[in-house]
Design a protein around this ligand. Structure first.
Ligand code: ADP
Ligand code: MG
Length: 669
């Protein structure tokens, strides 16, 4: 039987059953074989009653001590109970509604039971266990995730059948398998479902993860290869010195290095595909503008996309210092339709060269005279969808992605192995490390006093709340409530409330006022999360900090510490359970470390794909816990490529197939 055949070809699988299996995304024999158990029932050795704690499920070998008693406490409820012992303890076994079992319960006989040991009604009990009158043949029985109507026994039966009849094609040679200490495919699949020992189950799973990660690496490679196009927008000249003259500060060594890398790309043989990683405040914006400047000097148009209108606006203000006003445009949703179409025309005929806007800009129908560069700022997720859209129809355009805390370094090396990465690993000089404090609500008034002091010295403050307004049942302070409270705390200070529900023009006005210093306090939701740059702001207070992710808090904190004054961040939380997590921020200012911790806590999700329910790229492997194997398989892939054996071709074919599926997924999105 071929692996791609429908499960219908297995004996016992009719239309109804096939529909049930479909619910857990099994349609082919291959899907079934890769439907892995979430755990096993361990029959390999019996546990002693004395050694098992209450609530634990185990396998016991016991002697029946008493005649079974049947009780009928309620209509349609019959309980058969009897006492058992294994020499270390006595337990009462309760069986529901199977009175016929009574005849098999003979005092003095040995039976095997599998169930949960509990303490109930003052006695040690095992309720509704599985009873075996002979020792089960298998040492481990698989336990699968189920759906209504599907049972463990059905899946076990189908899997035994499939393992028996399926034809497996092994991609690796025996030498390769031995060298990498891997099971053959057939053995791996058999052992992952019906293992002889726990070790063998583990080894079987390893082979499956190995395959998955090897394929994943090849997919990434293919994605990377696709992008490596010839550079037809090759620019000429060297602009770093000229550009520096426009700046009011000296560039850091890291900034200069990254700028040279970009210049090399733009003047090089291949189209640029570069990710610039640098912690918040490391000065990535100026790097983006340098790339645009290079294009501008060669007559090309550039796009800079920001995640929010506020940020787009801020970039626009920065651009005004570097480019002639009539060449720059800020395209945002706030514009009238008439204005928008007018500006689009000027983009199409090439009058406008520096095009700044929100990500939505990317999806709108917009044409260019000679687009040369697309920059995406503060991108946190790199869905295939976005990457495809980025390059869609514009394959030949240079791309630059700016990111503060995307993913841990080791991981990004793998995920973006074929995107070039520049790291801005140096902060502008004179920055003082932000002092971060985790405080309990009882210290709230001290914090209010502290902030008053900062305000009186001419500094500004951000106060962030998780909610806009009070919503019944949620125990968190809303931004509105906070705003009212602070008004009475700080009479005479100018403050504003900003949140996502405000009109764009209102938001913009508030940001401008805060930026110019006419507002001292900004109470907000997370709309200020990314990129906002007001160097005079020195306090960031986050209420109900437990409600935010670590990476998000780090982003928020990055709004302060941007100028020459000492800055402070207060994480306010009464939730002791969150303290361990929040302390990571108190002890570290390193965005990469924080991102890594955050991901350990929250999982990686599906970094390559646009995750739809359960349809991730990786089904078994976990990018964090299997990181070592991820890197090892990458090396193995390189070796396979060099050795020129048939494996590489087979993996490539499989990876292409997978990518095609992904692309269909994207197209359907
Ligand atoms: P991010 O990397 O978070 O995007 P920004 O580009 O917004 O950081 O820069 C943060 C602040 O640092 C801005 O006010 C910017 O003008 C300033 N800045 C950037 N580079 C330097 C530098 N080399 N020296 C001094 N200040 C700098
Ligand atoms: Mg930025």
């Amino acid at each position: 039987m071929e692996l791609n055949e429908s499960v219908r070809s297995l004996p016992g699988v009719g239309e109804k059953t096939a529909e049930l299996l479909q619910k857990v995304e099994i349609s082919t024999v291959k899907d079934l074989l890769y439907y892995l158990p979430r755990a096993y029932k361990d029959f390999s050795h019996c546990k002693k009653i004395r050694d098992v704690s209450f609530g634990e499920t185990a396998f016991f070998k016991v002697k029946i001590l008493s005649q079974p008693q049947v009780r009928r406490p309620r209509y349609k409820l019959e309980i058969t109970s009897f006492q058992v012992s294994d020499g270390t303890g006595i337990a009462i076994v309760d069986i529901f509604n199977q009175v016929y079992i009574k005849n098999n319960i003979v005092p003095g006989n040995i039976i095997y039971i599998y169930g949960k040991l509990e303490q109930k009604f003052g006695k040690v009990r095992i309720t509704s266990p599985e009873l075996y009158f002979k020792k089960p043949q298998e040492s481990f029985l698989p336990i699968y995730p189920l759906t209504a109507g599907l049972t463990q026994n059905m899946l076990r039966k189908f899997l035994r059948e499939a393992l028996h009849t399926a034809e497996f094609t092994e991609v690796y040679s025996d030498v390769f398998l031995r060298k990498n200490k891997l099971f053959g495919l057939k053995e791996a699949l058999r052992e992952v479902h019906f293992p002889e020992t726990a070790e063998r189950a583990e080894k079987a799973r390893l082979r499956i993860i190995f395959d998955e990660l090897l394929l994943f690496n090849r997919m990434l490679e293919l994605l990377g290869e696709e992008k490596r196009l010839q550079n037809r927008i090759r620019i000429e000249g060297s602009f770093l010195e000229e550009f520096s003259r426009y700046l009011s500060f000296e560039l850091t060594g890291a900034q200069k290095r990254v700028m040279r890398e970009i210049e090399n790309d733009l003047t090089g043989e291949q189209v640029m595909n570069r990710l610039v990683q640098g912690d918040v405040g490391s000065g990535k914006t100026v790097i983006a503008f340098f790339a645009m400047y290079c294009m501008y000097q060669n007559g090309y148009q550039s796009i800079l996309m920001a995640p929010t209108e506020i940020l787009a606006r801020q970039h626009y203000e920065t651009a005004l210092k570097l480019f002639p006003e009539e060449k720059i445009v800020c395209l945002t949703g706030a514009l009238t339709a008439k204005k928008k179409s007018e500006l689009r025309e000027k983009v199409a005929d090439g009058t406008l060269k520096i095009i700044i806007g929100t990500h939505a800009l990317l999806y709108g129908d917009i044409s260019f005279e000679n687009l040369g560069l697309i920059i995406t700022d503060e991108q946190h997720r790199f869905g295939v969808k976005q990457r495809a859209a980025l390059s869609g129809g514009r394959q030949e355009v240079h791309t630059l992605i700016m990111s503060a805390t995307p993913i841990p370094r080791t991981l990004s090396l793998v995920l973006f192995g074929h995107t070039d990465i520049s790291v801005v690993d140096e902060l502008p000089p004179g920055r003082k490390e932000i002092k971060t404090y985790l405080i309990h609500g009882s210290k709230y008034n001290d914090m209010i006093g502290f902030i008053a002091n900062e305000l009186n010295q001419g500094r500004q403050a951000y106060i962030v709340c998780p909610l806009i307004e009070d919503s019944g049942g949620m125990e968190a302070k809303s931004a509105k409530q906070m705003f009212d409270e602070l008004k009475s705390c700080y009479p005479g200070k100018q403050m504003a409330l900003i949140h996502g529900k405000l009109k764009n023009a209102e938001k913009q006005k508030i940001m401008e006022d805060f930026s110019s210093g006419s507002l001292q306090i900004l109470v907000s939701t997370t709309v200020i999360e990314v990129g906002i740059n007001v160097p005079n702001a020195t306090v960031m207070a986050v209420m109900n900090a437990e409600r935010f992710g670590l990476a998000q808090l780090h982003q928020l904190r990055g709004r302060v510490g941007r100028g020459k004054h000492q800055s402070y961040c207060f994480l306010v939380s009464d939730n002791q359970n969150a303290y361990e997590r929040l302390r990571v921020l108190v002890s570290s200012n390193d965005g990469f470390k924080i991102a890594e911790k955050d991901m350990q806590i929250r999982g990686t999700g599906d970094l390559l794909g646009t995750r739809q329910h359960g349809a991730g790229t990786l089904k078994v492997a976990n990018l964090i816990t299997d990181m070592g194997l991820l890197i090892r398989t990458r090396e193995v892939l390189d070796q396979l490529k060099k050795s020129g054996g048939p494996e590489y071709g087979a993996i490539t074919a499989a990876a292409k197939e997978e990518l095609k599926k992904k692309l269909i997924e994207i197209a359907l999105n």
